[in-house]
Structures are given as structure tokens and as C-alpha cells.
Ligand binder design. Structure first.
Ligand code: 6PG
Length: 471
């Protein structure tokens, strides 16, 4: 019988997604550019091979699927996606559906969708989060595109998605690039979350002088509290692991140079384009860039030195402060990410259901956490809210936690410990909560050197200063 769906690209994510689909009782036709990989995949599929149709050409793939044919692309984001679309176009009809499940830039997704708008096939941009494990056993799935096209694949997505208390973590979020945009912001938040965890790790390691094995149980304990999340959980696991070769803690033999494939950077770029502050995310992206400058950092340490650990023992109280600081930073980062999505939704007319976004992030994805359940609940209470910091659910939490964030940032600054994302979060909070800022001076300067005009506090309209007299 014909397959229910096709899948192109049997890399780690594609292969695991195909196995997930097959396991849920759907027949999946698979194709990979190198045929050896396709054959190997079917051999490794074991009992699931019965639901897999191995195809050695794109023509065979197109023939193997029942109409209208949905085909998932799980190939490298960028040029490869355009090439696959071109190759598939002559083989598909207007009713078929190409689903790009990679980490595409949503602007590419919009372009691709517009290009296929008249001729077809339908195009869907689908964010998939959860890494290898998620793809295999249940990712979080963020769909953008035409709703009619989504409805046709919905049963399969329902079946393969992660579940949170029985609810599948997948949803149609809006037209064109909505799904890939939301995935991009997910990753931006992921960057901020990871960076803030790494900063706390840095304080414990370089400030308190603790070893990886001493830090691991701290995160494990936090995972039992308000910070309960996948990222905190794996941090504890990662810090406990040893390198089989040297017997040292695994993290101690890993080079401190972070990779990045682009989604974090796009989050920061889009936030800037939309005029929304996402400084915790930006700091996290910049921290990865600075991490990559290993040789320069080594030279700088030789030149300037670094302070010795001076924070003293990490007692119960110190740890409680760090835990609260991380929570406060996290709230600001998530608030920024959700504000970027709210602005994009307005800009592109997506009508993004932000409560649903939080809901489908509760399981399956990399940033899954108890915290996202709280965000979902906050949106249930106030569906139109645009700033988490001002909600009845989060305002009291940030109110209790920000003094701790302040202490951690202040002490880190004095001890020479870098906490770029945490301090960006603190600066955001302090700027946000101050009704009278300092942009009056910026406006005065702009008017002074360029006659840009300013608004006055006491009457309407655009005004100029009497700078000549001052000069
Ligand atoms: C996820 C991850 C996933 C992947 C990114 C990370 O949600 O499952 O975000 O998409 O890990 O590629 O991006 P970097 O390579 O830029 O860290």
C-alpha cells in the first residue's frame, strides 16, 4: 500500500523522525541523497522496517506516497532546501505539501512560500525541537503555513509530537513563516537559558573554586525546585560525567569555544529589526562569538591576568541567592523572547497564539520546563498580555528574585567574573521599571547636533532647544 508521508534527508534528525512516524503506525517513504544511507537506515530500523518504504530516487519517492502527498524535508537549512524544492517541483502537483522541518530562517520560508503560492505545491515551515531524542520519541512541533495544508498532516503530527499531560505539543501557529519564526525565538531563548546557566557555573567554578563534580549536585537540587527544566537537568548530568580517556570530568576536557548555527543570531537580528529589546538573548549570542576567540582571550589573560577565586565557600545562603538570580534572569529572557514574538505577530499579521506557543513548549523541546507551564497559565489569565514582567503571575516572582540577581551581578563585577546575560537581564529590569529614564538627554543631544526635535513633558508637539545660547 502507499505511504502516508515522505521524508527526505536521513541525517540524525530525519532518521529519528522517520522512525517516530513509523512507530506510530504510519507508512513513511524515505529518500536520502546517498543511497547507501537509505539502505543502512532500513537495515537499522528493525521491526519498524515494515512501515518504511526505502526509495532510491525522488521519482520513486513521489510514486510511493498516497495523494495528496506530504513530504518532509529534513536537510541542512539554506541552499539545500531550495535545491530540494526545485528537484521536487516537477514531480508534485498543486495539492501536495512540502514541509521544511529544518531550522530555516523564517524570511527564507516566506520567500519559498510566496514563490510556490501560485503553482503549488503547498509549503509548510515547521519548527521541530527536541534534538535527537525528541525527534525519535516526541518533539515539540511549531507549524506555519496555510491552515488547510496543516490540517492534512495534523493527525501525523498529533501522533508523533511530545505529550504534556496527554496534550500533544504541536500546533498550527499562523501563516507563512510563523512556525519557523517561533522556532527561531525558541532557540534564542535556548541560547539565553544556556548562557545564564553557564554564567552561574562560572561563578561556582571560578568564584567559589568548586569542581565539576561539586557543582553537579547543586544543579540537580535546583532541578527539583522552581528551576526545574530539561536544561538544568542535563547540566547536572553533564557535570557528573567523566572522560573515559583521562578520567577527568568531561567538561574539563572540552574546549571553551561554542558553536552556533544561526538561529540565536537571527533572534537577536529580528528583535533589533522589530525594535524590541532582547538583550539577554543578544548577550548570549555575543558570548558565543567571544568564546570562539580563544587565541585572543589567551593573549588577553597573559596581558591582564584574572582574579583568583575570592567568593569563599558556597554555603546554603550563597546557593539560594544564585538560584534566585538564575530564576530572575530567566524570567527576563523569556519575557524578552515573548515580546519579540508579539511584535512579529503584529508586524506580519500572524495572530500568533502566544499561550499556545508556551503550551507546546512544555514538553518535547530543549527549553521545556515547569516554568513554561506557568507562562502558559499566565497567558490563559491574560491572553493579550505582551510583557510577562507585568503579569500578575510573574510580577511577584521577579519582585522577590531581582534583589538576588542584583547581588550576584554586583559581586561578579567586583570579582571580575563575566555574567553578560545575567547583567543584561538586570539592566533590562532596572531600565524597564524606571518611569523617568535618561533618553531625555539622548533627545537633547540629537536635537543639538542634528535638529532632530524632541517632545516636551509639559505640552504636545515637536520642539527644538535654544542650544545656541547654551553654546
Ligand atoms: C532544538 C535545538 C536544535 C539544535 C540547534 C542548536 O530545539 O532541538 O535548538 O534545533 O540544537 O541547532 O543551535 P546551535 O547549533 O546554534 O547551538
Amino acid at each position: 500500500s502507499k505511504a502516508d508521508i515522505g521524508l527526505i534527508g536521513l541525517g540524525v534528525m530525519g532518521a529519528n523522525l522517520a522512525l517516530n512516524i513509523a512507530e506510530k503506525g504510519f507508512r513513511v517513504a524515505v529518500y536520502n541523497r546517498t543511497t547507501a544511507r537509505t539502505r543502512g537506515f532500513v537495515e537499522e530500523a528493525g521491526a519498524l522496517a515494515g512501515n518504511i518504504v526505502a526509495c532510491e530516487t525522488l521519482e520513486a519517492l513521489a510514486d510511493a506516497i498516497a495523494h495528496p502527498r506530504p513530504i518532509i524535508l529534513m536537510v541542512q537549512a539554506g541552499k539545500a532546501v531550495d535545491e530540494q524544492i526545485e528537484a521536487l517541483k516537477p514531480l508534485l502537483g498543486a495539492e501536495d505539501i512540502i514541509i521544511d522541518a529544518g531550522n530555516a530562517n523564517f524570511r527564507d520560508t516566506r520567500r519559498r512560500m510566496a514563490a510556490l503560492e501560485e503553482s503549488g505545491p503547498h509549503f509548510i515551515g515547521m519548527g521541530v525541537s527536541g534534538g535527537e531524542e525528541g525527534a525519535r520519541h516526541g518533539p515539540s512541533i511549531m507549524v506555519g503555513g496555510k491552515e488547510v495544508a496543516y490540517r492534512r498532516i495534523e493527525p501525523i503530527l498529533q501522533a508523533i509530537a511530545a505529550r504534556y499531560e496527554g496534550e500533544p505539543c504541536q500546533a498550527w501557529l499562523g501563516p507563512d513563516g510563523a512556525g519557523h519564526f517561533v522556532k527561531t525565538i525558541h532557540n534564542g531563548i535556548e541560547y539565553a537559558d544556556m548562557q545564564m546557566i553557564a554564567e552561574i557555573y562560572g561563578i561556582l567554578r571560578d568564584g567559589h573554586g568548586l569542581s565539576a563534580h561539586e557543582i553537579a549536585p547543586i544543579f540537580a537540587e535546583w532541578n527539583g525546585g522552581r528551576l526545574n527544566s530539561y536544561l538544568v537537568e542535563i547540566t547536572a548530568a553533564v557535570l557528573s560525567a567523566d572522560d573515559p580517556e583521562t578520567g577527568k570530568p568531561m567538561v574539563d576536557v572540552i574546549l571553551d569555544r561554542a558553536g552556533q548555527k544561526g538561529t540565536g543570531r537571527w533572534s537577536a537580528i529580528e528583535a533589533q529589526t522589530l525594535g524590541v529589546p532582547a538583550t539577554a538573548i543578544e548577550a548570549a549570542v555575543a558570548a558565543r562569538s567571544l568564546s570562539a576567540m580563544k587565541a585572543e582571550r589567551e593573549a588577553a589573560e597573559r596581558r591582564f591576568g584574572v582574579p583568583a577565586p575570592a567568593a569563599g565557600p558556597a554555603g546554603k545562603e550563597a546557593l539560594a541567592i544564585l538560584e534566585q538570580a538564575l530564576l530572575a534572569g530567566k524570567i527576563v529572557a523569556y519575557a524578552q523572547g515573548f515580546s519579540v514574538m508579539a511584535a512579529a505577530s503584529r508586524e506580519f499579521g500572524w495572530n500568533l497564539p502566544l499561550g499556545t506557543v508556551a503550551r507546546i513548549w512544555r514538553a518535547g523541546c530543549i527549553i521545556r520546563s515547569q516554568f513554561l507551564g506557568e507562562i502558559a497559565a499566565a497567558f490563559d489569565e491574560a491572553p493579550q498580555m505582551e510583557n510577562l514582567l507585568s503579569t500578575p503571575a510573574f510580577a511577584p516572582v521577579i519582585e522577590t528574585a531581582h534583589p538576588h540577581l542584583r547581588r550576584v551581578v554586583a559581586r561578579s563585577a567586583e570579582g571580575g567574573l563575566p555574567v553578560p546575560a545575567l547583567s543584561a537581564a538586570l539592566a533590562h529590569f532596572d531600565t524597564f521599571r524606571r518611569a523617568r529614564g535618561t533618553a531625555n538627554l539622548i533627545q537633547a543631544q540629537r536635537d543639538f547636533f542634528g535638529a532632530h526635535g524632541f517632545e516636551r513633558v509639559d505640552r504636545e508637539g515637536s520642539h527644538h532647544g535654544a542650544w545656541g545660547q547654551a553654546g
